[in-house]
Design a protein around this ligand. Sequence first.
Ligand SMILES: Cc1ncc(COP(=O)(O)O)c(C=O)c1O
Length: 459
Amino acid sequence: MEPKVRSDIVKAPRKQSSKSTAVVAMEMENEMQQRSPLSSKDRPAGHFRNTAYMINKSRPHFDAAHAAGLMAVQGRSTTGRAFSLGTGPIDDRPEIIDFVRCSYLGLDNHPVIVAGAVDAIEAHQSLHWSCARTRLNFDLLAELEASLSEMFCARVIAFSSVMLANLGGLPLLASGGLTGGTKPLVVFDRLAHISLAFHKPVVADETRMETIAHNDIDALERLCREHPVVAYVCDGVYSMGGNAPVKELRQLQERYGLFLYIDDAHGISLFGDQGEGFARSQFPQVLGDRTIIVASLAKGFGASGGMVMLGTADHENLFRRYSIPYAFSVAPNLAAVGAALGSCKIHRSEELGERQRRLVQRIRAFDSGVATAEQGNPFPIRMIAIGSETKAIAIAKELLDAGFYTSVTFFPTVAQGRAGIRVCITADHEDGDIKRLCDCILQGIPNATAKPPMSPALL
Ligand SMILES: Cc1ncc(COP(=O)(O)O)c(C=O)c1O
């Protein structure tokens, strides 16, 4: 692999138009720091979380979204991005096009991936071994990690989800084990995904922790000047739109030795000759001892699970011995391992590039119809800003009635009063589906018309 720094990736926006769970959590965190009582002699209670507040505030919207048939939906995939809605006999069910699944390259129904899962289970006559990975592992899992390591030019360890990979990684980061024995100041981007932000209390129990504004490179640089060892935790591609300014982060790394922990769950597979992804493709061939990239084996990759890309044998040993889910949670099961091995085959073939190019074209098709804050960026996530939760739910219901399932987003996923609809575009959406979705969105939100319309030559 020859990881390349992509010059065609848009410059990271410094501002985020909608606040995510993490923003709200930070606001609550700041507020609570000022008025939190002490639960014991010297430890503040309610410092990081207020689940009761979150439940109380969001309950009416969850209730409304459930009543509208927008949440906890069941279905079975049929062809392309279509699925049969509901349960029971397939022929009696309406067929819906979904813009919810994050299978951006359309790989989740790919026959090679499905066959990989079936073959792995048949080879082992088993789905799962109930034992710690520190003891016994499937041979196919070793094969998968070797294949991923070669493709992404790193030491790759697979986990059964990205959430678990982060649960394993962040305590190690806080311990100083990944930074030569010195505990770093761990700095979180305020929009870092909940699977990262959730671990703030654990990190803060081991070392100093700060949360800074989204993509605030100046604040990060100030901290780098003031502290001998700083580690920054962020998403590569943000699930609610936008991306990390990887180029600027790398400059801080070169200047100050900044340690980077980037969760690129949504960026994997979409960029790079072998799908190394948004973040990995912007680092040199040798990842080194100052970078960890976490990514998904689901989403763009099309299988199931998560992975960490590490740069040194020492980091690998630490993860394989001390990252908690490596020992004490389920290893990727054989269906996941076999599916991921199938996906590796696709990633090593010309089909990957074809799918990447098709995705670019589909994103442009959407952008030519509907204006969003993400318009023109190369990522497949588009957020239709609406504001009122009630209105967002009503519009998402109209889209569902028209045959399109989208994700209505409201607090705690985004800030209160900033509800919207998330559209995940994939390479397997038909142009006609995208056009019809755009028309339906514009019926509900006429001022979302894309301006100026993109030149057909660009499509
Ligand atoms: C940045 C990021 N990390 C992690 C996750 C969770 O991944 P998983 O479902 O594999 O735990 C998500 C969301 O799906 C995400 O957006």
